[in-house]
Design a protein around this ligand. Sequence first.
Ligand code: FES
Length: 122
Amino acid sequence: MSRRDITVASLADLRERGKIVVEAGGVEVGLYSVGDELRAWRNLCPHQGGPVCQGKFLPRTIEVVDERKRANPGISAEEKSIVCPWHGFEFDVLTGKHVVQGSIGLIAVPLRVEGEDVVISV
Ligand code: FES
């Protein structure tokens, strides 16, 4: 089966919204913009096939240890996660890997920018 290149969004719109879920060539894909980076992942969770890209897209929750060695909840300034709406599996938006069990992850979709357009290959 050969791949097709399909224009799915404008770069400006993706940069502004941060996340867009599209259907292209019979495949649902989540497009993400983080800083200067762009990613495209299949909207298919490796756990039980849930619509992972329909889940929340938010800063990673981390544990911050203070000077008295007490753990407190915190928010990462750099890392963002995609959280599957079915059972809460959390994936790093840039690597697609599960944040704890790195052997499982999302399926990458080739993405490129052509002028002002975001193009994926499906
Ligand atoms: S299907 Fe995504 S966490 Fe279960």
